[in-house]
Structure formats: C-alpha cells, structure tokens
Design a protein around this ligand. Structure first.
Ligand SMILES: Cc1ncc(COP(=O)(O)O)c(C=O)c1O
Length: 399
C-alpha cells in the first residue's frame, strides 16, 4: 500500500534528473481499493488464499450473450475506430432504455459511449467546467471524483454528509455550505454507502440546481442493483443534468471499459470534439458486446439476486463480529461499516485483516479522508461461498 510518506516525497520532487514533474500528481490521493487489490494479488501470487472484498467488481464473468456477441463481432465486424460518440445502434438502444425504464424521451444524438464511466467523467468535467470552477461533492464518496476533478484543474469542494440525510446532499446542506458551486455531483445508489435519492429528493435537488445555475452531474452506475425500490434517474427531472452510467456494474462488464453519458444538447458538440481527441472512441469490440447486454436481463437479474443474498448474509454476520453500526444499503454491493468499536485506524485494521486472515477490504479513508479512519468498506459483489468464508474468518479473528 502507498503510505502518506511516499505521496509526500512525490510532492517534493518537482524535478528529477533535471526534468520537470507536474505538481498535479502530488495533489492526487492514491485509490486505496486499488492499492489493496495490488497487495492482495501479491499475497495470492505468493500462494495465500485471499478473499477479495476490496474492489467493486461483479463476480462470475460477463453474461453469455455478451461473450457470444463479442465472438461474432470478432469474426464479422471490423474492429476499428468508431465514431467518437459511439456506434449508432448502441446509442439508439440506450435511448430506448430511458424510455422503457424511466419513461423519459432522450434523443440518441445525446448519448455518448465512453471508456467506462471513468472516461465519461473526464469528458463531462472538461466540457462543463473551466479551470478554477468549483464542483461540490459529498463525503463519504467515490475517491476518483476529486482526483479527476483536480487533474483537469477544477476544484472539488467537500460537503460532509451523515446518516441524518442518508449520506446524500440536500438543498439545505448545499445552501449552508457557502456560495453556489458551478457543479454538484451526486451518486445514487452511492459508493460506499449504497444509499439512494428517492424521487422527491432527486427532484428537489434538480430544481435547486436549475434555480441556482448549478450543473448537476448524476452518477448512475449502480442502477439495476437495488434491494427495494428501483433507482430514479436525474434525467426524469432535469434537461441540463449530465447523467453518467456504465456497463461495469449491473451489466458485469468491468474489463471491457465501456460506459455512457447522456449529454445536454448544449454540451454534445464539445463532448464529441473532446472525445475525438482524448480517446478517439470507446473500444469497438466492447461496444458491439455491450449492445447484447440489454438482452441479458435474466442472467443479470439472477446476479442481483445473488448480491441480495450476500447482503443479507453480511448484515447478519458482521454485527456478530463486532461491527455494530452498519447502514443497510438500498443498492450497489457494499457495506460501509463503522469500526470505532474495533479500531481508530481503519488503514492499519485493513492491512492486518489482509495479512492475518487473507481478507482484503478497503479502509474508509478512500472515501472520506477526514472521517474514514473510523470506517471499512466491504464489497459483497463476489460469490456467496467466498463472502460466507470471509465472514467466518473475520468472526474468528475478532473473537
Ligand atoms: C460510484 C462509481 N462511479 C464510477 C465508477 C467507475 O466505474 P467504470 O469506469 O468501470 O464505469 C465506480 C467504480 O467502482 C464507482 O463505484
């Protein structure tokens, strides 16, 4: 794991061998979930039996129909560049998805296919904001948001949230935080808490943003993975919101690096031109494969039923191990556990858990640099048997 010391060393090295090194790297925190993944893989390579609960990655591979579509495309399609905004059938299919699932009409010309949702964030921030603009984010939250914002010169402003608002922003919290920001980034279901904005909460936020000239960016990558009510889309309430989604989570296609963004009319051309230069296009093979993902709901819904079983198991077992404050997630596949009763240093706690019992988890500082030392995130996207074995090891370890 990279510690604070090595980051600090980087911050001080403005030149190496006489060559300039950008200061930007020093401002970006490591993504600890990925650092833990690296450490866990090192242990596994050394022959240890490691259980992965650190990364948000669906187990069991991509749907059969997706694999078949990819095989067919390899044989029959030219795997070349596509138009910067993506292949037309996929953009049309995504537009139809919004009609079918959210009863909202969107023109296919507003859909941009991107290299995962991660690629969409880069394009969205570049198209919507100038260097020095301010974008409000909540903590706990997904660590790549501030890192990507900083890397394009936009200032992330942090809004601390707690259980009172289910770790989500509200107009009142935003107004109390200071002058209106240029943008607001929300995630529903959110990572790491799994909480959602319901219809009323999303519509109030969308109205507040419209009234105050705040560009709403809605991360909807966990749509489809919910345990009660389905998720609502910002698109149902706002024409100026940028909506970002992905084939990584519900569709189980992490490594294909394909996602999408619904872009307000006034930003489409900027996103297209930026996309032409930044990535040229999302991977063609992944786009052909992703088109088949919309027909794989039987297989994908069975996966969600599996996550629901894992969630029940963890919500039952973790309190027995001493994790007494858990927020039962509405969606996504994480449990964000308060570990104050067990430790005041979640980083060291996670390091020991991996070293002593081979269970890889993510320290809360990934999601909340100030309060995260008191939290650990468990991802339950893997197999039921692995989750059960991890729970057994943790209970024994802490007993
Ligand atoms: C909230 C959230 N947004 C975006 C992403 C990025 O996913 P991808 O780039 O694979 O679409 C993740 C990945 O874990 C996430 O948790």
């Amino acid at each position: 794991m990279i510690g604070a010391a090595s980051v600090w060393r980087w911050a001080k090295s403005f030149r190496a061998g006489g060559m300039k090194i950008a200061n930007r790297g020093a401002e970006i925190a490591p993504f600890y979930a990925m650092e833990v993944l690296k450490a866990a893989n090192d242990r596994a390579a050394a022959g240890d039996d490691v259980l992965h609960m650190e990364v948000g990655e669906p187990g069991g591979g991509s749907p059969r129909l997706v694999l078949e579509a990819a095989e067919k495309a390899l044989r029959s399609s030219r795997i070349g560049y596509t138009e910067a905004l993506g292949i037309r059938p996929l953009r049309e299919r995504i537009a139809r998805y919004y009609e079918e699932v959210h009863d909202t009409v969107v023109d296919p010309s507003q859909i941009a296919i991107t290299t995962g949702s991660s690629g969409a964030f880069v394009l969205a921030f570049l198209a919507a904001f100038d260097p020095g603009d301010r974008v409000l984010l909540t903590t706990p939250g997904y660590p790549a948001y501030p890192n990507i914002l900083k890397s394009v010169g936009v200032a992330p402003e942090i809004l601390e949230t707690g259980p009172e608002t289910r770790f989500q922003p509200t107009p009142r919290l935003i107004a109390a935080a200071g002058p209106a920001p240029d943008g607001l980034l929300v995630a529903s279901p959110a990572n790491p808490t799994g909480t959602m904005l319901d219809q009323e909460a999303m519509s109030r936020l969308a109205d507040y943003c419209a009234e105050n000239g705040i560009r709403l960016i809605s991360d909807e990558v966990y749509h489809g993975i919910t345990y009660g009510k389905p998720a609502v889309s910002a698109l149902e309430f706002s024409e100026s919101a940028i909506v970002i989604n992905s084939f990584s989570k519900y569709y189980s296609m992490t490594g294909w690096r394909v996602g999408w963004m619904v872009v307000p009319q006034e930003l489409v051309r900027s996103v297209e031109m930026l996309g032409q230069s930044v990535a040229i296009s999302a991977p063609a093979l992944s786009q052909y494969a992703a088109l088949a993902a919309f027909d794989a709901s039987a297989e994908l819904d069975a996966k969600v039923a599996g996550y629901a079983r894992n969630r029940e198991l963890l919500l039952g077992e973790l309190p027995l191990a001493g994790f007494d404050k858990l927020a039962p997630a509405d969606g996504a596949f994480y449990v964000f556990a308060d570990v104050t009763r067990l430790t005041n240093d979640s980083m060291e706690f996670c390091r020991r858990m991996l070293a002593e019992i081979g269970v890889a988890t993510t320290p809360g500082i990934d999601f909340d640099p100030d309060r995260g030392h008191a939290f650990v995130r468990f991802s339950f996207a893997g197999d039921y048997d692995d989750v059960a074995e991890a729970a057994r090891r943790i209970k024994k370890w802490l007993s």
